[in-house]
Structures are given as C-alpha cells and as structure tokens.
Design a protein around this ligand. Structure first.
Ligand code: SAM
Length: 210
C-alpha cells in the first residue's frame, strides 16, 4: 500500500474544491474569505478593496460581488490572471514588494481602501523555517501597504504561516487596529499551518508605517 504525502492532500479535490468549481470560482480559497467576511463583517456594498496575491482570482471575484457595482476591487499578483473579471474589478501582474513603479502606482491609484486583503503565500521550499520567514515578510509588507493606503476605520486580512514571527506582527496589528483576530477558516486543509490575521477598524491616529 502506498503512503500519502502532504502534496497528495493538496492535489486531491475535496468538498470545497468541488463546490468552488460548481460555483464558478477558480480556487477553493474563496470559502476562507467568505468565512472571514461572515465572521468579521468585512465587506459591504460600495467599498474599495485591495486584494494582494489575487491569482487565480477567487477572492477577487468574491470581493467584487460583495462590494457590488458601486464598489471596486484591485488585485495584484506575480502571476497574471487567466479569468475574465467583472467591470468593478481590475488586476495587475506585479510584485507587492515593489517600493515604486507600476505596481506601486496601481495600488496607490485605487486608494484609500476600505479593506486590504492578502492571501499571498511564498513558493514553498520544503524548509519550514524558510517558508515561515518568507510568509512573515509578505505579511509585514501588507501591513506597510495598509499603513499607507487603508482608510481610517478600514479592515485588513492576511494569511500567515504560524511561527514565532507572529509575536512582533501581532504587536503591529494591535498598533494599527482597534481589534485583532486570528482565524483558521474551515476551508483550511488539516495539514496546513496557515492562519489568517485580521485587523478591524484602522485607528485614525496610527503611524503610517511600522
Ligand atoms: C494562495 S494564492 C492566492 C489565491 C487567491 N486568493 C484566490 O482566491 O484565487 C497565493 C498567491 O500569492 C502570490 N504572491 C506571492 N508573493 C507575491 C508577491 N510578492 N506579490 C504579489 N503576489 C504574490 C502568488 O503568486 C500566488 O498566486
């Protein structure tokens, strides 16, 4: 009998993957954002949303539906999207770390945002420590972007691989936001060590960068 590797668990379609396909979403990750949205009252009609790490596009489609025709969603990913987008959503292939240039300009043009959401994940190396550090770096970048472009009262969500890095990151989240939450949505695969950090109600007096 052959043994199942962790990679098999990611490749095997589960109930969430099947439901995503049936509902027209390119990835099962949609249900993680949906659960966070339902638990935290994240998205509302008319809002402006920035989606970091938006490919293949499930969060973008979900957010576009939630904010409706009076709202707008901007997505950025290293990989270009291969799906058609509704008229209130746009995306750009670029690196969220870019400190200036086209990706930075694209993000700035849509500001101020009511929500900055990030499902960004590093390409995993197999070395857990390296992956944790890279994931934490991505989250710190999303906090910088939120610090610069999130409106007072706005919300922030970011995926992180659990590690000791959480301590300093959570401290920064509590400086920037009135309320901090950690959520592990039901759609998270059992073998995954990811969680989602949520910041609610950006403090108006919070310093712009950390
Ligand atoms: C789990 S996927 C996101 C899935 C997406 N939320 C959805 O629902 O379709 C993670 C994405 O993060 C992107 N990513 C990783 N590092 C990035 C960076 N520096 N800038 C932009 N995107 C990045 C990857 O290219 C990958 O597509």
């Amino acid at each position: 009998m052959s043994r199942k590797s962790p990679k098999d668990s990611y490749a095997r379609p589960d109930a969430f993957s099947k439901r995503a396909k049936a509902e027209g979403y390119p990835a099962r990750s949609i249900y993680k954002l949906e659960e966070i949205d339902q638990r935290c009252a994240l998205l509302r009609p008319g809002q402006r949303v920035l989606d970091l790490g938006c490919a293949p596009g499930s969060w973008l489609l979900y957010a576009a539906k939630r904010v409706g025709p009076k709202g707008s969603v901007r997505g950025v990913d290293l990989t270009p999207l291969a799906i058609g987008l509704p008229s209130n959503a746009v995306s750009l292939a670029g690196d969220a770390f870019e400190p200036s240039g086209p990706t930075y300009d694209f993000i700035r043009e849509g500001a101020p945002y009511d929500a900055v959401v990030s499902d960004m994940a590093p390409s995993t190396t197999g070395n857990r420590f390296t992956d944790q550090v890279r994931s934490a770096d991505l989250v710190r970048r999303t906090l910088e972007i939120a610090g610069e472009f999130l409106a007072p009262g706005g919300a922030w969500v970011a995926k992180i691989f659990m590690s000791e890095e959480l301590v300093s990151i959570r401290k920064r989240v509590r400086e920037l936001f009135d309320e901090e939450r950690i959520i592990r949505p039901e759609g998270t695969r059992q073998i995954s060590y990811e969680v989602f950090l949520v910041g609610l109600r950006r403090r108006p007096e919070a310093p712009p960068t950390g």
